[in-house]
Design a protein around this ligand. Structure first.
Ligand code: ZN
Length: 212
């Protein structure tokens, strides 16, 4: 059983009409607290998208997200549907955010398939997004480990990175199984989790344990 929930879309300066809400159909086995946390996580991913465009609209040449991706992302810079070559991580981050705008509007205006938030009681994945290839048509469906979603020992920002990563798979990004460092889909999510700050001596596994 699934029930309909919504998440507000910020008024990001993307130069096109945006829906007021995104819509998800969430498994009724998630508790109210877990549903609210999912909405919070989606809100954090949307806030990072808004920040990217707001920084550019304020005259920055690159957003902080672009600067971060540019420092660390080397491989698989382009999603599967992108046919040109991307010069660097900054250009890759710009393409990714534009693709996310497509995903947001396709969901909010009902052009894409319905987004299901599927339930998993526990397991090795935190949030899993099956690989997809068309941001205009593919849903933002993911499977969430309810045990992890209930953990207070992990920050909302880290779980937001997990959600953003699952959505990168839905957007058309790939990386070899278990490899995140230097791959765009891994570094982009770790950038979100670090608030786009530089890496420190903290091992990558501290972040990637939450990625699928
Ligand atoms: Zn992944």
């Amino acid at each position: 059983m699934y029930r309909k929930i919504q998440v507000s879309v910020p008024d990001a300066p993307v130069g096109e009409g945006l829906p007021e809400f995104m819509t998800f159909y969430i498994d009724t086995r998630f508790t109210d607290l877990q549903v609210r946390r999912f909405q919070l996580l989606a809100g954090i991913v949307l806030a990072s998208w808004d920040s990217h465009y707001s920084e550019l609209a304020n005259g920055e040449e690159r957003s902080r997200y672009q600067e971060c991706c540019n420092k660390y992302a080397r491989f698989n810079l382009a999603p599967v549907w992108f046919e040109e070559k991307l010069a660097n991580g900054s250009a890759a981050a710009a393409v990714q955010m534009d693709g996310f705008t497509t995903q947001i509007t396709a969901n909010g205006f009902g052009r894409s398939a319905k987004a299901y938030i599927m339930y998993q009681k526990s397991g090795s994945s935190t949030i899993k997004g099956v690989n997809a290839s068309d941001p205009e048509k593919s849903s933002l469906s993911v499977t969430i480990n309810a045990t992890d979603l209930a953990k207070t020992s992990v920050s909302d920002l880290f779980l937001a990175g997990s959600l953003q990563h699952a959505w990168l798979h839905r957007e058309g990004y790939r990386h070899p199984a278990g490899k995140y460092t230097s791959y765009f889909a891994g570094e982009a999510s770790m950038c979100l989790m670090r608030g786009n700050l530089n890496k420190t001596s903290t091992p990558a596994s501290f972040y990637t344990q939450w990625l699928d």
